[in-house]
Design a protein around this ligand. Structure first.
Ligand code: PRP
Length: 208
């Protein structure tokens, strides 16, 4: 049987995930010196480095057994997998933000909102019974209200610096985000003991 595969979100979460693996006592020397390699041994596991949305795709299709990915990407996806643990790293919030001093909820015109997360934004406005026009933007969403393409954005706020430095402010916090562990549905049945051992060690590493 192949080694268990762990899909990790490249970038910000990667470093924090590796720190947890080190606390689990796993040999992380290869992933720390990975160069441009994308599949690296971590202890007895194989770590796969992917973009957040692709972590979910690989876990859903069972080519990776376990994934570490932000709740933001999970909230935007409609895939089938188990979300089994909150790692309490990579903490930030989804928020609605506008240019400073804008009365977003005032008036009767249909508002326009830019976001990288259309599903999250739609669900939020639906829960408010509000009809808005969502415009999908791929990055630096803060530009949209500055260019007057939209009245507001729904985006991730971590330190708040990006909003502040661009004259924007939070109108409402939508939901907290942190990194989660996800598991393929079949893997959890077929390789239950191995996966549970990994999760137990990870849970212990969280507390160290
Ligand atoms: C994220 C997010 C905000 C920023 C928030 O963008 O979309 O722009 O970080 O962080 P802050 O509150 O600490 O300033 P990211 O850096 O991932 O780039 P992107 O906008 O190009 O996706």
């Amino acid at each position: 049987m192949r080694r268990l595969r762990l899909a990790l979100t490249k970038g910000r979460l990667e470093k924090k995930s590796v720190e947890l693996f080190e606390k689990m006592g796993l040999d992380c020397s290869e992933i720390i010196n990975k160069g441009r390699r994308l599949i690296l041994p971590v202890g007895d596991y194989d770590a796969v480095l992917a973009k957040a949305a692709d972590v979910i795709t690989y876990v859903e299709h069972g080519v990776c057994d376990i994934g570490i990915v932000g709740k933001d990407t999970i909230a935007e996806s409609s895939g089938e997998f188990y979300e089994v643990m909150d790692l309490e790293i990579g903490k930030c919030n989804f928020a609605l933000a506008t240019k400073k001093g804008t009365d977003f909820f005032g008036g009767y015109n249909v508002k326009r909102v830019a976001t990288k997360y259309p599903a999250v934004a739609s669900a939020y406005f639906e829960s408010k019974g509000m009809d808005v026009q969502i415009i999908k933007i791929e990055g630096s969403v803060e530009l949209a209200p500055l260019l007057e393409l939209t009245d507001a954005i729904v985006d991730i706020v971590e330190t708040g610096s990006t909003l502040k430095e661009n004259g924007l402010e939070v109108v409402e916090t939508i939901m907290p985000i942190s990194a989660r562990v996800i598991v393929n549905v079949a893997s959890l049945k077929l390789r239950k003991a191995e996966i549970e051992d990994f999760l137990k060690a990870l849970e212990d590493a969280k507390k160290k």
